[in-house]
Design a binder for this molecule. Structure first.
Ligand SMILES: Cc1cc2nc3c(=O)[nH]c(=O)nc-3n(C[C@H](O)[C@H](O)[C@H](O)COP(=O)(O)OP(=O)(O)OC[C@H]3O[C@@H](n4cnc5c(N)ncnc54)[C@H](O)[C@@H]3O)c2cc1C
Length: 415
């Protein structure tokens, strides 16, 4: 007989770790499968200052599990803002190494597909027999040396906490790839990056293109501003679909002061761009090519969104495009399950509807009770950033509520 776990959690980011702690406290037989290292996605933006303070990023369960002698955490000012890397170092990594989690986490294990052993997507619809069948999970595992093997696991319940980072959206019109976007991928970064070392090392007068009007774009513009003010030569073209002079949404009486400051600083740049900034509101990239005379630069063609028939095009030559246009859930891993998705956000439908009904509210005040995490697929839950689908306003603070309700549903089901 194959061993069947009570619960398998996909991803060891903030959501997977929090879910693991709750599963351990509830006495569940569980595993966490993580494709990389602990908090792999967060490590990729580890240099960025978080806009939620320490106090919002800690849970009581997490703190309880940390060694009271963990001087680093004890001495931390809870109103201060860690970088992603600090948050991992002082909180997520020590928790992952705690005996309650350590032996339950399997790293370098990328989940490829989840099915229901003995049923298909289109069978046992609304039938209580479905819940009695275990999930079967196919994953690829990499050894330290890089050898790949495929493995399967069985589990009575699955929590998908695999986030969205790493599954980017596309630059072109209507959200599909623009001409050349896939071929000239080498000129594009879909993630925020620390540009300071790149600029300091470069002998060129760099021209970078930033696309987007979210907080990743703000972070990059803030670095570009600081570099220019300290005498480095760097030009930025900033493209937004938004045509307003205030492209970054401002939350009235924002309780997150760092976010408020960043929005204000960036909107000021849009209002009166300094000479290093070429702000292009209402534009879209329609083509990316290599520049024949200079392989290190891309030739980027832009069009105005409000007049696509117009023959007029704008051409930029730049070394790198930062496409900070958001992410979308990877739905392929659960496509064989009965997941009801929102047609607009690709998040789980009930939660998406609840979030939509609160549209315009700040992410800190969004409410979503446990019932909204229930899917037609029994005992399959999506939590964390992935539960918000394409909405980028998920906050770690929301995890306490999500994890508590999912684990209590699982425990009452187990009785
Ligand atoms: C630049 C930036 C700044 C941010 N600042 C804040 C902030 O200040 N405060 C805040 O609350 N939120 C912030 N966020 C949002 C933040 O990313 C999320 O709140 C948080 O990381 C969500 O955690 P998660 O565990 O749901 O997803 P993730 O952190 O994305 O973790 C998902 C994990 O799943 C793993 N994984 C993915 N696919 C698979 C698979 N198929 N198989 C196995 N493992 C898999 C990944 O490797 C990763 O470790 C920020 C995001 C960005 C990009």
């Amino acid at each position: 007989m194959r061993h069947t776990y009570d619960l398998i959690i996909i991803g060891a980011g903030p959501a997977g770790i929090e879910a693991g702690l709750a599963a351990s406290e509830a006495g569940l037989d569980f595993l966490i499968l993580e494709r990389g290292r602990i908090a792999e996605n967060m490590r990729r933006w580890g240099f960025v200052s978080m806009f939620s303070p320490w106090s919002m990023n800690l849970s009581s369960s997490g703190e309880k599990h940390l060694d009271p002698k963990n001087v680093d955490l004890k001495d931390i000012d809870r109103d201060s803002f860690p970088t992603g890397a600090e948050y991992i170092k002082h909180y997520l990594q020590p928790l992952a190494e705690h005996q309650d989690l350590d032996e339950h986490i399997i790293k370098r294990t990328n989940v490829l597909k989840i099915g229901r052993a003995g049923a298909f997507k289109n069978t046992l619809i609304g039938d209580s027999k479905r819940a009695k069948l275990p999930f079967v999970i196919l994953a690829e595992q990499y050894s330290q040396e890089g050898t790949r093997t495929e493995v399967t696991y069985l589990s009575h319940a699955v929590i998908d906490a695999s986030g969205v980072y790493g599954n980017h959206r596309w630059l072109g019109l209507g959200g599909i790839p623009c001409l050349g976007e896939r071929e000239y991928r080498r000129y594009i970064s879909y993630e925020v990056a620390d540009i300071e070392p790149i600029v300091k090392k470069s002998e060129l007068h760099l021209h970078l293109v930033i696309v987007g009007s979210g907080f990743s774009a703000c972070t990059l513009l803030e670095s570009a501003k600081a570099l220019n003010e300290s005498g480095h030569r760097l030009n930025i073209s900033w493209i937004t679909a938004d045509t307003s002079s205030q492209p970054i949404p401002v939350v009235e009486n924002d309780p997150l002061p760092y976010r408020a400051r960043l929005a204000q600083m960036t909107n000021k740049l849009a209002e009166s761009p300094p000479e290093w900034l070429n702000y292009k509101p209402g534009y879209c990239i329609v083509e990316i090519k290599n520049t024949e005379s200079n392989e290190s630069s891309a030739t980027i063609t832009l069009k105005r969104l409000d007049n696509l028939d117009d023959q007029e095009e704008l051409v930029l030559i730049a070394q790198q495009i930062f496409a900070l246009i958001g992410y979308t859930p990877d739905r392929r891993i659960y496509e064989e399950l009965q997941v009801h998705e929102c047609w607009a956000t690709s998040g789980p439908m009930k939660l998406a509807a609840s979030l939509l009904s609160q549209q315009g509210a700040d992410c800190l005040s969004l409410q979503a009770d446990g019932e909204t995490l229930v899917n037609p697929e029994p005992n399959f839950f999506i939590i964390g950033a992935k539960s918000y689908g394409r909405n980028s306003n998920f906050l770690i603070d929301r995890l306490k509520e999500q994890v508590a309700s999912v684990v209590s549903m699982l425990v009452s089901d187990n009785k």
